[in-house]
Design a protein around this ligand. Structure first.
Ligand code: 5GP
Ligand code: MG
Ligand code: MG
Length: 179
């Protein structure tokens, strides 16, 4: 598995330090608010579980699964809900937890959805941001790393459901997805 990685971008230690930083910031910003943290399946699972343990205050968690579909080359790509929340977002302070923001379509959809459902506030915490891929005008409030326009795997992120369990984040060798 490790042989399929071209280059390690962020080591286990580097990620842990960054996640601690993000957790500390969120704890400060949401003091006394009991935010509802919504993880976007499946890529955000590892980030989510580490992040909430760095927030030394009350938070609640829920998960949502969505998929983009339609022609990927067309900017009007639609998003479909595969698994909805168990919790009502009405009146809640929401923090969407994402692995990586690329085109911004997923987050654009989710922000609008939670606003329609009358959330009190909606913020985004993304471990990574790929600004070059942006199609929708979405800005994350909390960002771990700004990454180059390459396909990354590990720490929750997959290629064809593999590599999520790598403890670091790396660039996948192009020959893996060219085959
Ligand atoms: P978008 O912002 O385009 O709606 O979609 C973001 C989603 O696409 C992410 O949540 C992630 O699941 C997937 N994605 C985008 N870039 C990468 C990448 O470099 N590696 C992996 N594994 N997934 C990515
Ligand atoms: Mg994702
Ligand atoms: Mg994926």
């Amino acid at each position: 598995m490790q042989n399929d990685v071209l280059e390690v971008l962020y080591s286990k230690q580097t990620i842990a330090a960054k996640v601690q930083e993000l957790g500390t910031q969120i704890k400060q910003d949401y003091a006394g608010k009991n935010p509802l943290m919504i993880g976007v399946l499946k890529g955000a699972i590892i980030f989510m579980t580490d992040l909430i343990r760095e927030i030394d205050d009350f938070v609640e968690v829920d998960f949502m699964d969505v998929s983009s579909y339609g022609d990927a080359t067309v900017s009007s790509g639609e998003v479909k809900i595969l698994k909805d929340l168990d919790t009502s977002v009405a009146g809640r302070d929401i923090i969407i937890v994402e692995d990586i923001v690329d085109s911004g379509r997923t987050l654009d959809y989710l922000i609008k959805l939670f606003e329609t459902r009358a959330a009190n506030s909606v913020a985004i915490c993304a471990l990574m941001d790929k600004p070059e891929g942006r199609i929708k005008n979405v800005r994350a409030d909390y960002v771990g790393f700004s990454v180059p326009d390459a396909f990354v795997v590990g720490y929750g992120l997959d290629y064809a459901e593999r590599y999520r369990n790598l403890p670091y984040i790396g660039i996948l060798k192009p020959e893996i997805y060219e085959n």
